[in-house]
Design a protein. Structure first.
Length: 349
């Protein structure tokens, strides 16, 4: 088996605890993940929805940087159409330095048309705005002065007083489920993450590697400074002492998380997320891995074999799992699941 590593994914969705307690408990979880050898923490950006209680990822990641030592940190993703490029350039540079060069820079245009709409961004026009914002971001991170002429933004000789710690800039991540976007990610050598059934992810992974190989020597790749990209998949995870205990707890937590996930969509009478994230498809396609360590280890082995991924991003804290349940789940995974897979033993050394 190829080298496999593990990270954490997070929405910081609303639970029952006060918001300050939610943040503190998540930071404690991150401290535990850092000590256990997880290599990355990836935080979603959402707005006007209980799915995302950290709508400013950089604020939370700055706090996380002060509570951890090794784990890499990053948004998955910054919603580029919602950012003013000059402010984003400065924010990225600050966060890279504050984290000691541990920033992973996830970029995207946003999956929810409703969240974009609240900011006055037409989802149909978001790709063009994403591409222009990204072009400005790359130029600003790599030049002492920024000059740019585009449809939305024009700059002339703007001083770039901040530079990123990682050169030429932090590694880029691009999550997607769409084959044409996978081609874009691979063409530029971006770390790639997807979700959904393992067999469908495998098709995207094959497209990724074929495209990556065809363009690996291209001089204009955005992520050309990364020689070995991570090709990942996101899974919700809950590990307990027994399969029965895990089933009861996961079913309950999923119902609360699912209501947060779908609230904004359902408020607009849109049930698009249901087919992927409802309980039945989630369990049928094993996009939630739950059970005893033995069962989760078996599920993980099958996921890796079928998907062909070399990186698994596990969401441990979601819904209304208690902080104690989440911490124990993470520890059981780190101690009894991760060591079974190549690459993880070295992380725990």
């Amino acid at each position: 088996m190829d080298q496999v590593t593990f990270g954490l994914f997070d929405w910081i969705d609303r639970g029952t605890a006060p918001l300050s307690q939610l943040y503190e408990e998540r930071l404690q979880l991150l401290e535990a993940a850092d000590a256990a050898g997880f290599v990355g923490y990836h935080l979603a950006e959402h707005h006007a929805t209980p799915l995302g209680m950290a709508p400013s990822p950089a604020l939370f990641l700055t706090a996380a940087a002060q509570r951890t030592r090794r784990i890499r940190l990053g948004p998955l993703v910054y919603l580029l159409p919602l950012y003013h490029p000059l402010r984003l350039i400065e924010e990225v540079c600050m966060l890279d330095h504050l984290s000691g060069g541990r920033l992973d820079l996830g970029i995207g245009r946003g999956v929810s048309p409703y969240e974009l709409g609240y900011f006055g961004v037409d989802a149909a026009q978001s790709r063009a705005r994403f591409q222009e914002t990204l072009a400005v971001l790359m130029a600003g991170l790599t030049h002492p002065r920024l000059t740019f002429e585009g449809e939305h933004y024009q700059y002339h000789e703007v001083p770039m007083e901040l530079q990123p710690l990682q050169q030429p800039y932090p590694p880029l991540w691009y999550p997607t489920q769409h084959p044409e976007s996978v081609i874009y990610a691979a063409r530029h050598g971006c770390h790639f993450v997807s979700l959904g059934p393992a067999a469908g992810v495998r098709q995207l992974v094959e497209v990724y590697w074929q495209t990556w190989e065809a363009h690996r020597q291209a001089p204009d790749r955005l992520n050309g400074h990364v020689t070995t990209p991570k090709v990942g998949v996101v899974r919700q995870v809950f590990v307990a002492d027994t399969d029965a205990e895990a089933l009861v707890a996961t079913r309950t937590a999923h119902g609360d998380w699912y209501r947060s996930l779908t609230k904004l969509w359902h408020d607009h009478d849109d049930h698009t997320p249901d087919r992927l994230f409802a309980w039945e498809p989630s369990t049928q396609h094993e996009t939630i891995l739950f059970g005893s360590p033995t069962r989760v280890r078996e599920q993980m082995a099958e996921l890796l074999e079928v998907s062909g991924c070399n990186y698994v991003i596990c969401a441990f804290a979601w819904g209304t799992f208690s902080h104690e349940q989440t911490l124990r789940s993470l520890h059981l995974f780190a101690e009894e699941v991760m060591p079974a897979f190549a690459g993880s033993a070295a992380l725990l050394a």
